[in-house]
Design a protein around this ligand. Sequence first.
Ligand SMILES: [Zn+2]
Length: 73
Amino acid sequence: MSKALVIDYEVLFHPSKRHKANALSQFAARDILYECPNCNEERVVTWMFPDVSFEFVDKCCGVKVVLLPKEEE
Ligand SMILES: [Zn+2]
């Protein structure tokens, strides 16, 4: 297995626009905007529990990526 790539991202919506994600995470979920590390396409993903890192395979180009929690202000 290859190592996941740490990607930069911004928070689009907090809480998420997805009601089911909010229900499951008790409104911790956030919709995240990032760029595919392979082709720079804009991508959106729902991060259910933003206090823990989230590793997944980006369906755009199949790159394994990881979101790391940022320090809250
Ligand atoms: Zn891509």
